[in-house]
Design a protein around this ligand. Structure first.
Ligand code: GAL
Length: 681
């Protein structure tokens, strides 16, 4: 008996089940197998990923105060599908809601044998003692170990199958009955050689701010650009398609853009709205966090900008190159490239040695026709421990504008309301008491808003438009007040990662927030996790399967979410590029109405989401969250439409025909069919 087995026996003995749980049933015909020896990282679950011998949050499993060494940590709703081919005798374990949820969540565990439920735990809440099961499964071919959310949504449903063990005939092994993963497949047609104008159709600018917009167009080069009706104050560079200048008067200006090459000409309406609101459509660009994280350097930023141009992404409307955390000096890192004075003698923030020339960097990015962003926090330190803006908000905003930045992600991190009591007492060191933690429920709405209002005011004073991206993980229903504090977007969730549970858990949870999105202010379910990601410096291919990646981009487009590519731009493969260059899919995200899709139908794990488009059509996603291919149906009654409708497959850019009353499609495991449904003319 090894050390683990002994501890496990102790845990289960305390529950009064030592006779079977953790004890070795020495028999020459059967053998006990811990199910945690299987790779459960890809099982289906509502959040995070399955883990062996750890909780879903990667901690030691603990149920009502009892710890377990062995088992599988998962999250509702989840299924562990097992194949045992009639060679199993018994399955046993102890289940419960993990203590790491801090008193939240409720779940039901059940075991199905050949599709029929043979055991059910009943509802398990925080502090419900672990429940023990031991089931005779002789002759059974398949087992499903299921955790459901007990009917109240799956927030905080961290589920432990502790001491999970199967007794098999000697020599036989259980396997996970997982479907095969599809190979990457490209649906996006290659851009045509004739000109096509892409990207946003509406652009906001404040009076007096520098105007900076490059027309995005695909097609053979050389290409020349022209524009009818450009308002006074703006000029267009015919060679690059760069529109620049300044508008002084508020108003809406309708412009007709033209792009011409040897093979033809394209034109498209473009509306310039000069007024207080910027960011009229969701930001499209790249951010350094999901690939480089704390390893980011100015060279990475330049390389990302170069790749944005060379890969052709710029021709599809991708615009921002955003530096996340770690451009500033770190409070106590051993890494010399993160060390240095925090601010100069006048209090001006200083970048770390990896970013020796901020104006040079912003010029570099602007000269390519792109815009550039950076990151800070209202507290004294960023989430990674670098210098941020508490007490220096206005000075920092001025510095960002002077350097030439166009976008600010403002991340709550070390902020807490206790800092404010000492804001004016400059002899008080924020690090001496700045980390006092206050219970969440002691924060008033004003406490949540205060730091964002301070920076809003500071940004408003700048002679430059800076997109304001709030990041406080969706606390205090930020969607209800994000626009009031000037947010062009606000994160609605904790950080995403490249697992199905994380991406789909976040994405499909956005239902209900659609009322809060609109031109200039969007919900932000976090950045994209396709391509080579890894939170630096080691990168890997996204763990999302090809179908899951189609779901990710389709859902984020329907949600009118900011689209911030999170991968290494210098390692874009053809598949990743195809996901980011489908102009008909991008048009769903960038539609000028700025509506966010909502769920219009739900049938088990099949979901239909629809978004109203400016041209009167609906963009509709038919999603299959299940582990097997399924037919998903959208009924016209769910969309509030009737009669003959033309259905167009947006990924393939192909009309599928006319349909009446409904449209249905076969959708692969974790996949999507994204269509546009328009009345037949
Ligand atoms: C987190 C934020 C991430 C990233 C990180 C940097 O709070 O949600 O997106 O910005 O901080 O430290």
């Amino acid at each position: 008996m090894n050390k683990r087995d002994v501890r496990s026996m102790i845990a289960c003995a305390a529950l009064g089940v030592a006779s079977w749980c953790g004890a070795q049933t020495a028999s020459d015909k059967t053998e006990d197998i811990w199910l945690s020896t299987l790779d459960v990282s890809r099982i289906e679950q509502g959040w995070g990923q399955g883990r062996s011998n750890r909780t879903v949050d990667n901690r030691r499993m603990t149920i009502a105060g009892k710890s377990f060494e062995q088992g599988i940590g998962t999250h509702a709703n989840s299924i562990i599908p097992l194949k045992v081919d009639g060679k199993a005798v018994k399955i046993s374990g102890c289940v419960g809601l993990d203590d790491e949820t801090g008193g939240r969540g409720s779940i039901i565990f059940s075991v199905k044998a050949d599709g029929k439920e043979i055991w059910n735990s009943g509802t398990m809440k925080p502090q419900t003692p672990a429940k023990v099961f031991s089931l005779d499964i002789k002759g059974v071919k398949t087992l499903d170990l299921v955790v459901s959310d007990a009917g109240d949504g799956y927030d905080y449903d961290h589920a432990d199958w502790a001491d999970l063990k199967i007794t098999m005939l000697s020599g036989a092994k259980p396997t996970l009955d997982m479907p095969e993963i599809e190979e990457p497949y490209i649906l996006t047609p290659k851009p045509k050689p004739t000109p096509r104008i892409n990207g946003t159709k509406v652009f906001g600018v404040r009076p007096g701010s520098p105007f900076f917009f490059r027309i995005a167009a695909t097609g053979d080069r050389p290409m020349t650009f022209s524009a009818d009706g450009l308002p006074e104050g703006l000029t267009l560079d015919a060679k690059t398609g760069q529109i620049s200048g300044k508008l002084t008067k508020e108003g809406e200006y309708k412009v007709m853009l033209h792009a011409r090459n040897a093979l033809g000409e394209a034109e498209r309406e473009f509306k310039i709205v000069c007024g207080p609101t910027i960011g009229l459509t969701p930001a499209m660009g790249w951010n350094s966090w999901n690939c480089f994280a704390s390893a980011v350097t100015a060279e990475d930023i330049k390389a990302a900008a170069d790749a944005m141009v060379e890969s052709g992404l710029i021709d599809h409307g991708w615009m921002y190159i955003n530096i996340d955390d770690y451009w500033m000096v770190h409070r106590n890192s051993d890494d010399p490239s993160l060390q240095g004075p925090h601010r100069d003698q006048d209090g001006k923030i200083l970048p770390n040695p990896r970013f020796p020339d901020m104006p040079g960097l912003t010029d570099y990015v602007h000269d390519l026709g792109l815009r550039i962003g950076l990151y800070s926090s209202p507290g004294p330190w960023s989430c990674g421990g670098c210098v941020t803006s508490f007490r220096y908000e206005e000075q920092d905003a001025t510095q960002y504008a002077e350097w030439g930045f166009d976008y600010l992600k403002y991340d709550w991190c070390s902020y807490n309301k206790g800092l404010e009591e000492h804001r004016d007492d400059l002899s008080w060191d924020p690090n001496s008491g700045g980390n006092i933690t206050y219970a969440n429920n002691s924060y008033t709405l004003e406490d949540h808003q205060r730091p964002y209002v301070i920076m809003q005011k500071a940004l408003a004073k700048q002679p430059r438009d800076i997109i304001y991206s709030l990041c406080q993980y969706g606390t205090a229903d930020v969607w209800k007040w994000g626009p009031d504090v000037g947010g062009n977007s606000w994160r609605t969730t904790q950080d995403i990662n490249d697992s199905w549970g994380s991406m789909s858990g976040i994405g499909f949870r956005q239902d209900g927030l659609e009322a809060y999105a609109g031109p200039g202010h969007f919900n932000d379910p976090d950045m994209l996790v396709i391509g080579k990601v890894g939170w630096g410096p080691q990168l890997r291919d996204s763990r999302l399967t090809p179908n899951e990646q189609y779901t990710h981009i389709s859902l984020w487009s329907l949600l009118a979410s900011p689209l911030l590519i999170g991968c290494d731009m210098t390692q874009l493969d053809d598949f990743t590029l195809s996901l980011l260059t489908n102009d008909e899919v991008i048009e769903v995200n960038q539609d000028p109405l700025g509506r966010q899709a909502s769920r219009v139908a739900l049938d088990g794990q099949l979901e239909v989401w629809a978004k109203e488009m400016e041209d009167g059509s609906k963009a509709v996603g038919l999603f299959n969250r299940a582990n097997r291919e399924a037919t998903v149906t959208v009924k016209w009654s769910d969309l509030g439409i009737e009669g003959q409708q033309v259905v167009r497959d947006l990924w393939r850019q192909e009309d599928l025909g006319n349909f009446e009353n409904k449209f249905e499609a076969k959708v692969g495991r974790h996949g999507v069919v994204l269509v546009k449904i328009s009345p037949k003319k």
